[in-house]
Design a protein around this ligand. Structure first.
Ligand SMILES: [Zn+2]
Ligand SMILES: [Zn+2]
Length: 196
């Protein structure tokens, strides 16, 4: 049996990948009553992460004039490097605050620091430069391609097979969001030229 906090984290994860959820399916997946699901959803709705829709919830859309037009931050929130759009990692925080970092290295570290306050994070596919949800992205670490940003380098990909293709050609390790987060967090004990 999961704790309410664990169920809420799970719901938030599903919400980010599916964008909307039904109360009835949540009740089934979590193995709790619909009453309990309603109680779990309350804080998510109150904090503006989710909004009520018929029979369930949906990922809240940013309110006009706030998250939709983020101030064009051009300095990394962590290391103050100048941000290059194609490498950037953006964090949407509670209260419609947005933070940008120079690359996924700094992005993952900020993600770790903010913890539960991160509503959504977005990065760019290394090849196509289209936006990808950080949670569903694939990460390549320790590759020999030099992106001229922070060490250890973190490259982001929308598709796993593209990440694997890069590793085949240039070395490195393919990781999921959770794995990359843990790896970068651990590596911070080591010397990090990009961040010093
Ligand atoms: Zn940075
Ligand atoms: Zn960087």
């Amino acid at each position: 049996m999961m704790l309410p906090k664990e169920r809420q984290a799970k719901i938030r994860e599903w919400l980010e990948s599916k964008h909307s959820l039904k109360i009835s399916e949540l009740s089934k997946w979590l193995g709790v009553s619909e009453m309990t699901v309603h109680r779990d959803l309350k804080p998510l709705i109150e904090s503006g992460v989710a909004e009520k829709v018929f029979g369930g919830i949906a990922l809240a859309r940013p309110k006009p004039g706030s998250a939709e037009q983020p101030p064009a931050a051009d300095e990394c929130a962590l290391c103050q490097r100048k941000i290059e759009q194609r490498l950037a990692y953006r964090l949407i925080l509670e209260g419609n605050r947005i933070e940008s970092t120079c690359c996924a290295h700094c992005g993952l570290l900020r993600q770790k620091q903010w913890g539960d306050q991160v509503i959504q994070a977005i990065c760019y596919d290394f090849l196509s430069h289209t936006t990808v949800s950080a949670r569903t992205a694939w990460y390549v670490l320790e590759t020999s391609i030099d992106i001229r940003c922070c060490q250890p380098q973190v490259l982001t990909f929308e598709r796993r097979n593209h990440a694997e293709g890069i590793v085949k050609g240039f070395g490195g390790i393919v990781m999921s969001f959770e794995e990359a987060l843990a790896y970068i967090d651990k590596s911070m004990g080591r010397e990090c030229p990009g961040c010093s």
